[in-house]
Design a protein around this ligand. Structure first.
Ligand code: ADP
Length: 472
């Protein structure tokens, strides 16, 4: 069978541009799927623009733009070079605060995606399916439908909390027709939402775990879009993320180890404790996270004192909201030998934490899929997670039944509760003292298949299903 041609449209892709899990998914999927999948993304200033120019537009939302095709790192990239929109210092979305023209910047990306789908590349490459990611690419399915471009589309929601809002008076600037501004179209509580636009116009919607797909139907998690999620329930699919098992491999860590040589993990642990100045008899927990209320970081202050009292330790790597950073700094100052904190974004340090830690904490209030619990499983760093979204789908709680049948892979606690987190940390300390049980749990997680194969097969079968429905 000929390979399907898929265009993935996204604002982030590892290793070139990343603020969260979205980038990991966009970079990993093309490598594991048996399809000709190309990634259209903005040419941010850090990205080298070598390649072949396949499309030009003298006025893409206010300035000249082109698409440069380039193969690198095993990926076929289509880089959208639009200096007036993307050649900026700072983060991908702003420098401190969000850039006010973000709706336009990513409408331009979405528009370019629709042009590729319409067969505008000079190479003649045209996708059979467009796969748009999050609010930044949400307008691509809308443009496809509104411009009558006959290519089916899929929208993946990586996090419904980011909705791509713009004021109503930007409708024309976003190249949307007046008739699209209705509750059945792009209107969202008096504003425009580009995520909603994608959800309305895409032929299928996916999100990154089955549990999150169900949660999105409720007011608690749907963030005002639950009605639309319910209306489109037939077209909604939950497909779990995998991880890059080569990049995240304890055999490649500084002190290499595997499920069969778990005793070697101790060396990584000792080195980490020495470097962080930590002392204690209990488990060494780690956190690698954006510091936002979503991640439940504020629950730690309530839960940690008893954990530290029981001999536990914690090493945190994260960056984000100043108030949460300060709260963590205060805790770290209060417990200098039990807690260490590194503020910032640092992939190398994060790998060292996973290698040296005993457990990874993910106390999120909501979590579409979550990757750090998967890294934890891979590294024998037992996940302690909130029962929500992909966390609930990927960790088997160590209750009596799961422990006695040998199914447990971690600890799962009620979400959004400081008390539940405190209890979970005390259970962690108790389990850690029972070393035979602990080691069995570690190696069970490490032996799991966490790669992309299963998920990429599900995406492929969804694409095929859409193509079949087109020819009916
Ligand atoms: P989200 O996308 O909501 O931030 P995920 O768990 O899906 O959460 O993905 C987060 C990704 O970002 C993971 O790969 C995680 O290791 C990484 N990450 C988050 N914060 C940091 C940090 N401070 N340093 C290094 N990596 C980080």
């Amino acid at each position: 069978m000929a390979q399907l041609k898929i265009l993935s449209v996204a604002s982030e892709c590892v290793p070139w541009a990343k603020t969260g899990g979205l980038a990991d998914v966009v970079g990993a999927l093309p490598k594991s799927i048996s399809a000709d999948m190309r990634v259209l993304m903005p040419a941010y200033p850090s990205i080298d623009l070598q390649g072949r120019t396949l499309w030009r537009d003298p006025d893409l939302f206010g300035g000249p733009a082109r698409i440069v095709a380039s193969k690198r790192d095993g990926l076929s990239l289509l880089l959208l070079d639009a200096p007036h929109l993307f050649d900026r210092q700072g983060g991908l979305y702003g420098d401190g605060a969000d850039w006010p023209d973000n709706p336009l910047r990513f409408a331009a990306l979405s528009w370019a995606g629709a042009q590729v789908a319409a067969g505008q590349l000079s190479s003649g490459w045209t996708p059979q399916i467009v796969h748009a990611h999050d609010w930044q690419a949400g307008l691509t399915p809308a443009y496809l439908k509104l411009l009558d471009i006959p290519v089916k589309s899929v929208l993946t929601i990586h996090n419904i909390a980011f909705q791509g809002l713009a004021s109503r008076d930007q409708l024309a600037a976003l190249r949307l027709p007046e008739q699209a501004y209705t509750p059945q179209g792009v209107e969202y509580y008096g504003l425009i939402s580009t995520l909603k636009a994608g959800m309305v116009y895409a032929d299928a919607i996916t999100t990154v775990s089955p549990q999150y797909a169900l949660e999105l139907r409720s007011a608690e998690f749907g963030m005002g879009l639950e009605g639309l999620v319910q209306a489109r329930a037939q077209d909604m699919h939950g497909i779990l993320n995998g991880i890059d098992t080569q990049l995240w491999d304890p055999q490649n860590a500084e002190f290499a180890y595997s499920a069969a040589s778990l005793h070697k993990k101790k060396r990584a642990r000792e080195a980490l404790m020495a470097e962080c100045g930590l002392r204690g008899e209990g488990p060494l927990a780690i956190i690698v996270s954006r510091l936002t209320p979503q991640k439940g970081i504020d629950l730690l202050a309530h839960a940690l004192p008893d954990f530290f009292e029981a001999g536990g330790m914690l090493a945190v790597l994260g960056s984000g909201e100043p108030s949460l950073q300060q709260a963590l700094q205060q805790l770290a100052a209060q417990y200098p030998t039990q807690m260490s904190l590194r503020l910032g974004y640092d992939e190398a340090w994060s790998q060292r934490l996973f290698a040296g830690g005993d457990a990874v904490l993910v106390p999120s209030r909501f979590e579409p899929c979550g990757l750090t619990q998967l890294y934890g499983l891979r590294f024998g760093t037992v996940p302690v997670v909130a029962r929500t979204g992909g966390l609930a789908d990927t960790v088997v709680h160590a209750n009596h039944a799961a422990l006695s049948t040998g199914a447990a892979t971690g600890i799962v606690h009620e979400h959004s509760s400081g008390d539940a987190l405190r209890e979970a940390l005390l259970q962690l300390s108790a389990l850690y003292r029972d070393q035979p049980t602990w080691k069995a749990m570690q190696s069970r997680g490490m032996r799991q298949d966490l790669g992309w194969k299963a998920s990429s097969e599900q995406y492929l079968s969804l694409y095929r299903q859409l193509l079949r429905s087109q020819t009916l």
